[in-house]
Each structure stands twice: as structure tokens, then as C-alpha cells.
Design a protein around this ligand. Structure first.
Ligand code: 475
Length: 826
């Protein structure tokens, strides 16, 4: 008995870090977890058993991290994000635990190939693009830096859709990432929390104080699913907690008793829709009711969880700012602000001012966009219907805020209207970015230029009112996933050259700089690129039956399909080259052979974006089949670009396309991944491109295009795209070729909308930047022909972009926004 009790408090330990230790646990998981023998095990059985074995090695650290954190009572970051684009988990866990070699050998001894099991994993695609991937990089860095952090989000049953092409047109398929089992999650149904919706509010007398209570109409359960977020070999495992919506068991007794059992059950399961599917719009969110339900659902769960479960039972909430900072990943979680106010004022019965003082210190807001159409607004009618109490709270916040503004600027009615959280036109609605700015202790943009434009163009009145509230934190990416895992060959080369320290201190890549002048090193660097191209070729062959020509420049544009990112500009360049070769103007042997690779998903309802995908595919089909350009130009567009594909594509690239219209791309993070993997950038003066160019040097970057003030001036003066078409014969011939139906079997109607949009609207100034882009591409061709100089530039791109580690970004957040401390193992 006493012995048992002693055992029950003994520390949880990991299995032995050896081939035998691993094999033993793997077979146990196969037998007792999966319930199969080796002979009968499917690849999926083997994968699940492997995943569960690897997670055993993390478990002791996870429990220990939680214990240490409870004891230290340190301030935590609660990252609130509607999206986490995690990518595959297995490899990252193997890296964190340093198990790769042991596992490979152990599996081989059982006749199993690790690579096959790796490919069995379906990546959790719980995000659209940059914003969701950034969240995943940030939590990786915080774990690696031993900073207490809990990521909160939504466990969508269906993540970002799977993209297929039918006749070159995008067709979406549901992403059932959970269907073969999800070995990385730990559900805790017993810890479910209830979230309310709808109904009305009422006033009541609380011992002489008038208070408000919310009388909701329906509710839903939030079930937490925990995921491990392992630090890189530092013994720390943080937590990502994603919420899944489940029906409460409180059946509507009226329906139930009337014998309508099935209707009663159906009404309840309705609530489960909340976490059913990720909205697939990137940058242009739709004002859908279900989307607001998702937003409130996950932040209400998260606040309840933090207050009731993470904090000690006797915690005085007046000290909340010393224990938590809620970082708002864009406006999607901003409804957390009135929710915390509701908890403090209605539930804890605090005074308004007391609650507001605490709330204001608990939030900080990151903005990820500059596009006006991407700034979320919720119609008052909808918000009031779904969250009546929150709407009242928002009104009160706005009244108090506007009173402050009026005091500072007496009589300035226009200013009050401009700054009001409530917009009156075209319909009465809540401007979520304003609410976030008013409530947040800090507001940040995601690259230097973006933060400047955020202050000057998006929130000028606010930055005048609170100059110190605004700051910049340039984005970053995790070198663990995007260099070490994605590019093992380069990682080995770097480690051989400067030792292994760079993986957690990426600025040390600088130590490689002198090696750019070492011919031997350049040779090795090229061998790495060649190897990565071969690896990409193998993958595309297996995955899509695509074969890449050997020994061509690999020119890559991968990102969401959006007009402001200007995939169309890239297409015009390709079409122009094709036209010039076919017409005899350009000798195809005079330019280095190039592969143009695309990867992009379009929001399912975004017509122009889907058309552009079809255009790329149709141009590709024509170009790839034409013997006149064979070998010189190849276009590939593998479907379903995702994190997994990025990890093979990016390390193989020679040229990175970052060609958004200046002033539109908040930062970009793909641009950083390419540079860190030794691709040169052709890019505009936009987002983090600006900082990349500053760091790598003008001579190692192909800059082109209008700068933001020029864009502004041109648009103000009245931009007329047709003028460029009329005056530039190269451009005209390219557009005419598309218009002629040359890429659509002679059908002139298919791409007519694209052509006419370019000629008559061209919101993103594609035609204005066309010639500058073509000229820059000519410089690329020339530069690429000097192999040694190109390699030198590529190496310098790697050596000089260590700044773009998400570890550095996290230090900046800590320093400028969070004021948290790492909790280091004792
Ligand atoms: C920027 N997504 C990149 C990246 O900071 C930047 C919006 C609404 C609804 C759903 N998703 C979104 C975004 O706005 C988004 O991904 N923004 C991107 O954030 C990280 O690097 O320039 O476009």
C-alpha cells in the first residue's frame, strides 16, 4: 500500500533513449494501443503507434513544465488565434527529442521505413496562410526559449480545403484530417466549459447597486484538446489548447416532452457546427454569423479556462496583468475584450472603472493587414442578436473613449465620428480594429514599413492620440522547421562550418559570411541546392506525376492567391517570354532554362483568384507542350500547396517571387524562408522585403517597381492602365495573346474577365509595374549565368537573414509588449 502511494508520486519518466528502449515501447503501442500484431499492422497502425511512442518521450517534460509553471507563478502569454497552421508533427517531435536516428534504426530493425510512416501523417491545416503559420512559428519559439505560453484556438474538424484541379480549374475537397486518427491530441471532455449565446439582458438590484445580467438563449460546450508544443531540446513542452464545440446535454424539455425526441437532439447538435470548418478566406473575411460564433466560442472558453483552471483558486484577479497577457492575433479574437469585462463586471461584480483598468493591461493587438476590406466589422444587428451583453459593453467602452477624445479635442465632431468604434455607414457596425486599439496596451504591425503605414494610414487618429501605444515587431519564422527539418543538407553544411549553435541563435549565421568567398564552400553549397532540387523532383513525381527538367533555374511563387500579391504579373512575364520566343524576337538559348513553379489556394468564393489559377494552368499546359520553348520555359503548379509541400519546395528554389504592390503586403514570411534557404529575391519595396534587402544588400536582391508613395500618387492622380498597354508593345503582345484565346483552345471568353480587369481597373497596378519587372527579370537571367557570383549572393542571403528567426521576434514581443520572463529549469 505505502509502496503504491510512493509510486504514484514518483516522477513520470520517459522510455529509454536507445534503440532497444524505443523498439520495446513501439511494439507495446502497436499491441496495446492499436491492438494489432506486427504481421497484421497497416501503415497507419504503424504510424499511430510511432506517434504515440514519440509522444511518450515528451510526456515527462510536459508534465514537468506544467508543474514548474504552477510553482513559479510567472507571467504567461496567452496567444489567442483563430488559426494555427501547424504542419506535420512527427518530424518536429523527433527533432525536439533527438530521436530521429534511434527511431530510424529501430524501425529498420522491424523492417519498417521511417519515411513511409512520415508520409502517412496528414498535416493539421488549421489556418489559411501567413497569419496561421506565424502563430505556429511563435509558439515553437516560445517553447524553445522557455517562455511560459499557452496557445488558444479552435479545433476545426475540417481545416483548409484540399485543392484539386479539374481542367486547370480549382475544385475544393473537404480536409478530413482527423479521419485516420489524431495521435497528437489529448481531449479532456471532463474539463469542458459552457459558452452562452443569444437571449437578452436585464437589470436587477444587487443590494442597492444596479447590475446587469445576461439571460442567454442557448449554449454549447467547449471541449479542450491539448497539443504538445515541444521546445528544441530544452526539456520544455508548452501547451496548445484547441476547443471543440459539443452539444450540451440540456435538451430543450419542451420539445423533448412533446415527443419530438429527434428534433430535440437535432437542435442540440446544431451547436456542434461551431468548430466544424475553418473559413477559407485569407485577408478578406466574410461577415458570417457562424464566424462570429467561432470567435466568441473560442475566446470565451479560453478566458474561462485561464481564470478558473490555470490560475490558482485563491487568485486575486486584480493582479491579472501580472500573470497574463492576451495577445490578439489580428481582430479575430477581439470579442475577448468585452468578454473579460463581462466576467469582471457581471460575474465578479466589480466596478466598471476597476474592471476596465485591469482589462486594458491584459490585451495587446497585432494587426496583419493594410487592405481596407480585410478590417473586420460586425453589424450591430448581428452582434446584438448573438451577444447582447457584449454589445452593451462595447457601447460603454466607446462612450467612455469618445468622452476622452472630446476632452482632448473639444468641438471636433468629425474626429469623434472618425474614431468611433461604432461605424454608422453603410450600416451600423462595430469596427473590431478600433476596439482592439482602444483596449490594447500595445498595437503592433508585422514589419517596419507596415507598422509605419498602420500609424500613418490605417489608424492615424489613434496614433496621434496614443503615440506610445504603437510599435513594430517584424515577423519571423522558426529555423527548426524551415531550415533544420526542411533542409537537412544545408543544415549539415552550416553546422560543419560554424557549429550547431545557430539553430537557437540564428544571428550566428553571420559567421558564414566569409565562406561566400570560399570556392570550395560554394561548390558544396551548390551541391546542396542540386540535392534539394532532386528531392523536389522525386516528390512531385510521386505526388503529381510532374517531372522537372534537370539543371534549370527554379523560380518559385508560393502564397495565397490574391490580386494584391500579383500572381498575374508573374503570368504576364511568362506569357511575354513565350510570345517573344515564338515570334522569333528572343533566342531561347540566350536565357538560362527556367522552371516557373506556383503554389496557391484561392478562397472558394473569390472569382478573380480562381480565374487566375486557371490561367496559370492553361498557360502552363500550352508552354509545356510547345516544342519551340521546350527546355527553356517550364511551368509547374502542383495542387494543394501547404506546409508539407513548402518544406520541400522552398529549399530547392533559386529565385523567390515577392512581387506584391508596394504598401499592400503587411510583411510576408515566405520571403524570409526563401532567403534563409539560399534563394535570391525578386521583389518590390513592400513588407519585410524592405528589411531583407537592407540586410542582404542591394547587390544580392532584385528590387523593382513603384514605391508606396508613388503608388499613392499614381492612384490619386487617376491611374489609367490602358495607357501602359497602348504604349508598351511587349506588354500589349502578351495581353493580346491571352485575349486571343491562345491558352484556351481559341476560346476568347474564358480569360476575358482577367484581361478586361487589367485594362480597365487593375486595382493593384500590375501594368504600371510590368516593364520594371521584366527588366529586373532580365537582370536575374544575366546574374544567374555567373554561377560563382550567384552562389556567393545565395550564401550571403543565408548568412545575413538570421534576424528573421521567430525567436528574435519573440524577444522583441517580450521586450516591447509582454514584459514576461523565461522560466528556466532549475
Ligand atoms: C499577411 N489572414 C502577411 C502574415 O503576419 C503577413 C485574414 C482574415 C481571415 C483569415 N485570415 C486572414 C490574414 O490576414 C493574413 O494571413 N495576413 C498575413 O499575415 C503574418 O506576413 O503579409 O498578409
Amino acid at each position: 500500500m505505502t509502496e503504491n502511494r510512493a509510486n504514484s508520486t514518483a516522477p513520470v519518466t520517459a522510455p529509454q533513449h536507445s534503440v532497444e528502449g524505443f523498439v520495446k515501447e513501439f511494439l507495446r503501442e502497436l499491441h496495446f494501443g492499436q491492438g494489432v500484431t506486427m504481421e497484421r499492422a497497416s501503415v497507419n497502425d504503424q504510424y499511430l503507434a510511432l506517434a504515440r511512442t514519440v509522444r511518450q518521450y515528451l510526456m515527462a517534460r510536459w508534465l514537468e513544465t506544467a508543474r514548474r509553471q504552477r510553482e513559479a507563478q510567472a507571467k504567461s502569454v496567452a496567444y489567442l488565434s483563430a488559426e494555427y497552421l501547424l504542419g506535420r508533427q512527427l518530424d518536429n517531435a523527433l527533432l525536439a527529442t533527438d530521436l530521429s536516428e534511434i527511431v530510424e534504426e529501430g524501425l529498420a530493425s522491424l523492417g519498417i521505413d521511417l519515411a513511409t510512416l512520415r508520409d502517412q501523417e496528414v498535416e493539421p491545416g488549421l489556418g489559411n496562410g501567413g497569419l496561421g503559420r506565424l502563430a505556429a512559428c511563435f509558439i515553437d519559439s516560445l517553447a524553445t526559449m522557455s517562455v511560459p505560453c499557452i496557445g488558444y484556438g479552435i479545433r476545426y474538424e475540417y481545416g483548409i480545403f484540399r485543392q484539386t484541379f479539374v481542367d486547370g480549374f480549382q475544385v475544393e475537397q473537404a480536409d478530413s484530417w482527423l479521419s485516420l486518427g489524431s495521435p497528437w491530441e489529448f481531449p479532456h471532455p471532463e474539463a469542458a466549459v459552457t459558452v452562452h449565446f443569444g437571449g437578452r439582458t436585464e437589470k436587477y438590484d444587487d443590494e442597492g447597486v444596479e447590475r446587469t445580467r445576461w439571460v442567454p438563449a442557448w449554449d454549447v460546450l467547449g471541449v479542450p484538446y491539448n497539443y504538445m508544443v515541444p521546445g528544441y531540446r530544452n526539456g520544455r513542452v508548452n501547451t496548445l489548447r484547441l476547443w471543440s464545440a459539443q452539444a450540451t446535454n440540456a435538451f430543450d424539455l419542451a420539445i423533448f416532452n412533446s415527443g419530438e425526441y429527434v428534433d430535440a437532439v437535432r437542435a442540440q447538435t446544431f451547436a456542434e457546427n461551431i468548430s466544424k470548418v475553418l473559413y477559407p478566406e485569407d485577408s478578406t473575411p466574410q461577415g458570417k454569423e457562424l464566424r462570429l460564433q467561432q470567435q466568441y466560442f473560442f475566446v470565451a472558453c479560453s478566458i474561462r479556462d485561464f481564470v478558473d483552471n490555470v490560475l490558482p483558486a485563491d487568485f486575486d484577479l486584480h493582479d491579472l496583468p501580472s500573470r497574463i497577457i492576451f495577445q490578439l492575433n489580428d481582430t479575430h479574437p477581439v470579442i475577448a475584450v468585452p468578454e473579460l469585462m463581462r466576467v469582471l463586471v457581471d460575474e465578479k461584480k466589480w466596478d466598471w472603472d476597476e474592471a476596465w483598468a485591469v482589462t486594458q493591461r491584459c490585451f495587446a493587438y497585432t494587426c496583419h493587414t493594410l487592405l481596407p476590406e480585410a478590417l473586420e466589422v460586425w453589424p450591430v444587428e448581428l452582434l446584438g442578436r448573438l451577444l447582447p451583453r457584449h454589445l452593451e459593453i462595447i457601447y460603454r467602452i466607446n462612450d467612455d473613449f469618445l468622452a476622452q477624445v472630446a476632452q482632448r479635442y473639444p468641438g471636433d465632431e468629425l474626429r469623434l465620428r472618425r474614431m468611433s468604434i461604432i461605424a454608422e455607414h453603410p450600416e451600423r457596425s462595430v469596427r473590431m480594429a478600433f476596439l482592439a486599439t482602444v483596449a490594447g496596451a500595445k498595437v503592433n504591425g508585422v514589419a517596419a514599413l507596415h507598422s509605419q503605414l498602420l500609424r500613418d494610414k490605417v489608424l492615424p487618429d489613434f496614433s496621434e492620440f496614443w503615440p506610445d501605444k504603437f510599435t513594430n515587431v517584424t515577423n519571423g519564422v522558426t529555423p527548426r522547421r524551415f531550415v533544420r527539418l526542411a533542409n537537412p543538407a544545408l543544415s549539415e553544411l552550416i553546422t560543419d562550418a560554424i557549429g550547431p549553435g545557430w539553430l537557437t541563435d540564428l544571428a550566428r549565421l553571420r559567421e558564414m559570411e566569409p565562406l561566400a568567398d570560399d570556392a570550395d564552400f560554394r561548390e558544396k553549397f551548390r551541391a546542396v541546392k542540386a540535392h534539394n532540387k532532386q528531392r523536389l523532383n522525386d516528390l512531385l513525381q510521386r505526388r503529381d506525376g510532374i517531372t522537372l527538367p534537370g539543371d534549370a533555374m527554379l523560380d518559385v511563387m508560393v502564397k495565397r492567391l490574391h490580386e494584391y500579391k500579383r500572381q498575374t504579373l508573374k503570368v504576364l512575364h511568362i506569357v511575354s517570354l513565350y510570345e517573344r520566343i515564338v515570334s522569333g524576337e528572343l533566342d531561347p538559348t540566350s536565357i538560362p532554362p527556367r522552371v516557373f513553379a506556383f503554389g496557391a489556394k484561392a478562397a472558394p468564393g473569390y472569382k478573380m483568384a480562381k480565374q487566375t489559377i486557371a490561367l496559370i494552368n492553361h498557360v502552363g499546359r500550352t508552354v509545356n507542350q510547345d516544342p519551340r520553348v521546350k527546355g527553356a520555359l517550364t511551368v509547374v503548379f502542383p495542387p494543394n500547396y501547404n506546409v508539407t509541400l513548402a518544406e520541400t519546395l522552398i529549399p530547392a528554389a533559386d529565385l523567390s517571387e515577392q512581387i506584391s504592390l508596394a504598401g499592400k503586403e503587411a510583411s510576408g514570411t515566405g520571403n524570409m524562408k526563401f532567403a534563409l534557404n539560399g534563394a535570391l529575391t525578386i521583389g518590390t519595396d513592400d513588407g519585410a522585403n524592405v528589411e531583407i534587402r537592407e540586410l542582404v544588400g542591394d547587390e544580392n536582391f532584385f528590387l523593382f517597381g513603384l514605391v508606396e508613395p508613388e503608388v499613392d500618387a499614381l492612384v490619386t492622380a487617376g491611374y489609367r492602365p490602358a495607357a501602359y498597354y497602348e504604349e508598351n508593345p511587349t506588354l500589349r503582345r502578351a495581353i493580346d495573346l491571352i485575349a486571343s484565346g491562345a491558352f484556351a483552345d481559341g476560346d476568347r471568353t474564358v480569360f476575358e474577365p482577367i484581361v478586361s480587369n487589367l485594362l480597365h481597373e487593375d486595382r493593384f497596378l500590375v501594368l504600371a509595374d510590368f516593364q520594371a519587372y521584366v527588366d529586373a527579370q532580365d537582370r536575374v537571367d544575366t546574374a544567374y549565368q555567373d554561377t560563382e557570383a550567384w552562389t556567393r549572393s545565395a550564401i550571403l542571403n543565408v548568412a545575413r537573414t538570421g534576424f528573421f528567426s521567430s525567436d528574435r521576434a519573440m524577444w522583441d514581443y517580450i521586450d516591447r509588449i509582454w514584459q514576461t520572463q523565461p522560466v528556466v529549469a532549475r
